[in-house]
Design a protein. Structure first.
Length: 256
């Protein structure tokens, strides 16, 4: 199994747009009919007929999401990171922190834009991490939309309390939860992970531990993929950004 990492980031945000906070997450549109499995989500038209939901670039260009903005970020790459992670915590100007969580998707296939950055010579594969990508996009903020458009998948959000929640409706737990393809692996099953993990500096360490399979993800669509949940905040984000290692995943099954 290839083990990657994910987390719940905490970023500054606003509930209303201003001159600085201009990059939104959107709430679920009323016309969205969720796709099953790998099927594209559908848009229900006024006459009741269905048509495939557009990919990210066409969806954002169409303006149909105008008015569906849930929260706004100052950094376009932070908005994109929350999109990829599927949940986040937003620190408002009052100091209050609110939770936003997954509430649907156009269900287009996820594409990792890191591969485009490598192919274009923007970052080197051997140096790749979320921190490296963040630094490059911080220096080139106008490039975020260009590269984000290469990932056709788009996530919709809602404000939540007590999360983030996994795909079985239970809160995920740092260094316990894993995400796999639920069309293949059993939900809520205990499993042993054996792989290499990384600390906040990127240093490697051998890792073996009991985990619980209670989540799924748009990028986790194969038997040889598993996402390790690292937790909340900056340290978790750094660990998740480094995580990329082969290993083994053992499910514990009761024998009759």
């Amino acid at each position: 199994v290839l083990f990657t990492g994910y987390c719940t980031p905490i970023y500054d945000g606003r509930l209303a747009r201003d001159d600085r906070f201009r990059f939104p997450l959107h709430s679920r549109p009323a016309d969205l009919v969720s796709g099953v499995g790998d099927q594209l989500a559908q848009r229900r038209l006024a006459d009741g007929s269905l048509t495939p939901y557009p990919a990210r670039d066409a969806l954002l260009a169409s303006g149909v999401l105008d008015g569906n903005e849930l929260v706004w970020f100052a950094d376009p790459f932070e908005a994109y990171i929350v999109q990829v992670q599927g949940s986040g915590k937003v620190r408002l100007e009052t100091g209050e922190v609110i939770d936003v969580g997954f509430n649907g998707t156009n269900n287009h296939k996820y594409h990792a834009i890191a591969e485009n950055l490598i192919a274009d010579g923007k970052v080197r594969r051997e140096e790749l991490s979320l921190s490296v990508m963040r630094a490059w996009f911080h220096a080139h903020p106008d490039e975020v939309a260009i590269y984000a458009a290469k990932n056709p998948r788009y996530i919709f959000f809602t404000q939540t309390k007590g999360g983030p929640f996994g795909s079985i409706g239970q809160p995920v737990t740092a260094d316990v939860t894993v995400a796999t393809d639920k069309t293949i692996f059993p939900p809520a099953a205990p499993a042993v992970v054996q792989t290499t993990t990384y600390d906040v500096s990127g240093a490697q360490q051998a890792y073996a531990a009991l985990r619980v399979d209670q989540d799924s993800g748009g990028a986790i669509r194969a038997p040889g993929r598993c996402d390790l949940y690292m937790g909340v905040g900056d340290a978790a984000e750094r660990r998740a950004g480094f995580q990329l290692a082969e290993g083994k995943l053992y499910y514990l099954i009761v024998r009759d």
